[in-house]
Ligand binder design. Sequence first.
Ligand SMILES: O=C(O)CCC(=O)C(=O)O
Ligand SMILES: [Fe+2]
Length: 203
Amino acid sequence: MHPLSLRDEEVQALGEHGWFTREGFLGESEARALLVEARACVEAGRLRPAGIRRGADLTLDRSTRGDFITWVEPGEADTAFGRLRDTYTALGEALSAGAYLGLGRFDLQLAWYPGGGERYARHADAFPGQSNRRVTAIYYLNPEWTPEHGGLLRLYPEGGPVDVEPRLDRLVVFLSERIEHEVLPARAPRLALTAWFYGRDAG
Ligand SMILES: O=C(O)CCC(=O)C(=O)O
Ligand SMILES: [Fe+2]
């Protein structure tokens, strides 16, 4: 696994604004290898409609959240998914060392929006005070993205909304408790691999 270091401006942006993006995170050929594996999962029917958690209940409300997901488990070392797990492990370590975030394990999810206008309404990935998700890292796999395809990630930091185009090989990292966000309607297939890092004390 190659070491991963955060740039000063990334650490600074995370502290000050709660988010940063990095272009060319893995490079084109690794991004395309991930895209092949992600598409194969979709075509094999591995993905399921995503639900929304309300208290203890998981409900399906497709107008609020229209993506399809699967969890990517450890143990696929010689695959692009396995290499991405290693890279996210290194990212968690770099965030802990550079930004004092004290991160432990993470969950990894593949999400697919078919492209018929599905969205994910504004939400936070974690709620302040609970020891749960601390950092969200999303890696996009959409090689021919254009503005007509929609599916922008809209972040709501203090100071007003920011849109992130879900382009191939782009990483976005934000603080799960602090940054609300939404996915605007996707008008073309949209793929992303998201890691949620838990605090070290989360078990
Ligand atoms: O794919 C994205 O850009 C964000 C998805 C999201 O907010 C989530 O799965 O919690
Ligand atoms: Fe989210």
